[in-house]
Design a protein around this ligand. Structure first.
Ligand code: URA
Length: 197
């Protein structure tokens, strides 16, 4: 990661750590800013219990599945994926963040996008889809369909937690990851290799 990106992310991180714009910060242990490497951005909903404990995104059961999903497309969060969430603080009892909480926290995610300048973004689940693309449409309707905004390609797909609840949806995510690999080869790295496609 270039020194400029690192420095800008660090400044933003300090701002986010100090943020008190909503009540979520009162109930969580720590802010989960996001981590990884630029290249492709993966956006989830918000930290769960394990993420809140460790201060890192997607480190619980859903995170382990996410790592496998990324690996199936030849991606690795240590190498070519940056992981962040719509809300940076864990909602109480892992409830879905409210539209108001998402809208309040979105400035931080938008600032991350501005710094990271991803060409491709994977949106995990309805919260990420609706908050980032500012659409009321559901994930079932839009998953697997590229959405282009300001030169960035967004691929909505099911959240790994939904796959843990209903493994039949894995086949859809498999399909979406194939589209992701094809787009990654087209706009980022023509030599990208993936184990399955
Ligand atoms: N679910 C999310 O949406 N984000 C995380 O960081 C963990 C679980």
């Amino acid at each position: 990661m270039s020194q400029t990106i690192l420095a800008e992310l660090e400044i933003l991180k300090q701002e986010v750590l100090a943020c008190r714009r909503c009540r979520l910060r009162d109930g969580c242990q720590q802010v989960v800013f996001g981590e990884g490497r630029p290249g492709r951005l993966v956006i989830g909903e918000g930290p769960g219990a394990e993420e809140d404990r460790q201060g890192r995104p997607f480190v619980g059961a859903a995170g382990q599945l996410l790592d496998k999903i990324l690996a199936s497309g030849g991606f690795d969060r240590q190498v070519n994926a940056y992981i962040a969430n719509v809300v940076k603080c864990r909602p109480p009892s892992n409830r879905v963040p409210t539209a108001q909480e998402c809208a309040t926290c979105l400035r931080h995610l938008e600032a991350q996008i501005k710094i990271l300048k991803p060409k491709i973004v994977l949106l995990l689940g309805a919260t990420a889809l609706q908050a980032v693309l500012k659409t009321p449409q559901g994930i079932t309707r839009l998953r697997g369909k590229w959405q282009e905004r300001d030169g960035i390609y967004y691929m909505p797909t099911f959240h790994p937690a939904a796959l843990l609840r209903d493994p039949r949806r894995k086949i859809d995510v498999w399909h979406d990851i194939q589209l992701l690999v094809a787009k990654y080869r087209e706009v980022v790295d023509p030599n990208h290799t993936s184990p399955f496609c």
